[in-house]
Design a protein around this ligand. Sequence first.
Ligand SMILES: CC(C)(COP(=O)(O)OP(=O)(O)OC[C@H]1O[C@@H](n2cnc3c(N)ncnc32)[C@H](O)[C@@H]1OP(=O)(O)O)[C@@H](O)C(=O)NCCC(=O)NCCS
Length: 194
Amino acid sequence: MAGLSLKNTPVEIRFLSARDASAYSNLRLEALETEPEAFGSSPAEHRMLSIDDIATRISDDPENKFVVGAFAHGRLLGTAGFLRDKGLKERHKGQIWGVYITRDARGKGISREMLCLLLDRAIKIDGMEQIKLAVSNTQLSAGRLYRSLGFESFGLERKALKIGDKYVDEEHMVLYIKGPPIKDLRLTHPPPTP
Ligand SMILES: CC(C)(COP(=O)(O)OP(=O)(O)OC[C@H]1O[C@@H](n2cnc3c(N)ncnc32)[C@H](O)[C@@H]1OP(=O)(O)O)[C@@H](O)C(=O)NCCC(=O)NCCS
């Protein structure tokens, strides 16, 4: 998306539908090619998907899965995805995935707006209590953005991604929305008495 100018251009933020599959596929490929350390998937894996696979992946199912997109001049610039966990014992959790915006559109608050729309819907899902994500420790802007939205770190996965000979650590973050208060692990697991 070279040469993109957003000056005085209104940016539309909306939920994607299956009709956006082709635009989404192109932007996702750009994301995987230009930011390999930010995502677990590879361009080669993405190219194996059919347009129907992609349409299914992004189709809007408000209680379980959806993707927010940002558009300018009708072009898809950025995305942020949400997926509710499936198991009966895990349906109180959801994951954010696929957060990306094309380089020329960064630093203007557009991703923050995409995530606000995503979270606004996600936190209203009946039974939703916590939203998680994983962010590579190379993606400093993403980490700052998530922290500014209230996400907190709960773990570091060392060597989470292996790209050729290079390893990337991932920080796991969570936003607790509701549910019983989190117990202090230091109190529930006291050290054994000598
Ligand atoms: C992470 C990413 C999605 C952030 O997108 P963005 O649209 O630039 O994000 P925002 O503009 O909402 O906020 C990020 C930055 O802009 C700044 N910003 C926010 N609103 C702003 C505004 N109105 N005007 C100017 N700057 C603003 C923020 O302070 C922040 O600055 P920082 O980069 O120094 O921390 C983008 O950098 C990206 O696609 N990175 C590569 C992929 C990636 O890392 N994805 C995350 C995978 S977990």
